[in-house]
Design a protein around this ligand. Structure first.
Ligand code: NDP
Ligand code: GDP
Length: 329
């Protein structure tokens, strides 16, 4: 049995798949949390897509069930724990604020408690979010920028962030918080704007639909590639001291710019195929996010490797391929 054992919550999500791939490549024995679903056929789709479903071990449990987390951690005895599980979609967090608070917020406390009780020396990574900056207090956000959450999701993430800091300071745990800006990939959930656009562009190109309905095209995001961002998570757990790090590309563009790039990739014009639908507007918007990754660059030696242009083409190509092969994710 290898001594490098990692436990990942949220292993069936976008980042869970890329992180598992990275850790398997590095020789880790990878274990993950699986919440029971009646739809067994959709479980682990991303892990299958990325080709490592048979290289990871999944354990039944739930972020809201502390006993299940304690039992899994006792069984696995991990040296590193990556807490990625969350209700992660901002828009849904207004529809399900309680569930979001329990999963995305209290779930972090459950994981911190399970770690403190069973293996306090394990290195802990918490998936915090640039959404915590919300109504931005500085034009470019770093680790020292004050937070101003603008959704139940962001408020829950902020609680999880501060609990992580508190467990580090109170109990001396090696607990780091990665304040990650938006990161995308062909494995991004279809409800997020980037994947909705690239899937829509592929469908339009193949003649399956004519238009994509979107909300606020002026919102600006600092979009990177999930494959690059999971490397930053791993680097944080390798440091002698735990800490908080902004992980971003340092470039921000509008949703409209993202559309233009995606449509241009297949030789079409975005303005011919987009319609605005108020259903996709939000009760409170985060207009701009723009990160400063200087600390991660300096301390972790991390930098985003994938350009926005490359990210967009990879996503459009993957969606075209899936639609042609009827292997839709
Ligand atoms: P996803 O939405 O793709 O994955 C979320 C994961 O959490 C899934 O594996 C999901 O399981 C799991 N999960 C949700 N609720 C529970 C629960 N009650 N018990 C157990 N597992 C649960 O998210 P990403 O991979 O994109 O993001 C990973 C983390 O990073 C999240 O915490 C997200 O909020 C955060 N983050 C993401 C950013 C991004 O741009 N992607 C930016 C900043 C932070 P299931 O498959 O069963 O639904
Ligand atoms: P978020 O930054 O975590 O909320 O990621 P999303 O991909 O869900 O949204 C990014 C930005 O795109 C937000 O400012 C949204 O308001 C904006 N947006 C515009 N149209 C849409 C849409 O149709 N769906 C989603 N999800 N977001 C949209």
């Amino acid at each position: 049995m290898t001594s490098k054992r990692a436990f990942i919550t949220g292993i069936t999500g976008q980042d869970g798949a890329y992180l598992s791939q990275l850790l398997v490549e590095k020789g880790y024995e990878v274990h993950g949390l699986l919440r029971r679903s009646a739809s067994a056929d959709v479980v682990g789709t991303r892990l299958k897509w990325i080709g490592i479903a048979d290289r990871v071990t999944l354990h039944d449990g739930n972020m809201m069930d502390l006993g299940s987390l304690i039992r899994i951690i006792e069984t696995v005895e991990p040296v590193e724990i990556y807490n990625l599980a969350a209700q992660s979609f901002v828009k849904s967090s207004w529809q399900q604020p309680y569930l979001t608070g329990m999963t995305t917020g209290m779930g972090v406390t459950n994981m911190l408690e399970a770690t403190r009780i069973v293996c306090p020396n394990a290195r802990f990574y918490q998936a915090s979010s640039s959404e915590m900056f919300g109504l931005i207090q500085e034009p470019i956000q770093s680790e020292t920028t004050p937070f101003y959450p603008r959704s139940p999701y962001a408020a829950a993430k902020l609680y999880g962030h501060w609990m992580t800091v508190n467990y580090r300071e109170s109990f001396g745990m090696h607990a780091s918080s990665g304040i990650l800006f938006n990161h995308e990939s062909p494995l991004r959930g279809i409800e997020f704007v980037t994947r909705k656009i690239t899937d829509g562009v592929a469908r339009i190109k193949l003649g399956l639909i004519k238009k994509i309905a979107l909300g606020n095209l002026d919102a600006k995001r600092d979009w990177g590639h999930a494959r690059d961002y999971v490397k930053a998570m791993w680097l944080m757990t390798q440091q002698e001291q735990a800490g908080d790090y902004v992980v971003a590309t340092g470039r921000t563009v509008t949703v409209r710019d993202f559309c233009n790039l995606a449509f241009a990739h297949v030789g079409l014009k975005a303005e011919d195929h987009i319609e605005i639908d108020p259903r996709f507007m939000r009760p409170a918007e985060v207009e701009v996010l723009h990160g400063n990754p200087a600390k991660a660059q300096k301390h972790l030696g991390w930098a985003a490797e994938t350009s926005l242009e490359k990210l967009v083409s990879e996503m459009v190509e993957a969606d075209l391929d899936r639609l042609v092969k009827h292997t839709h994710l």
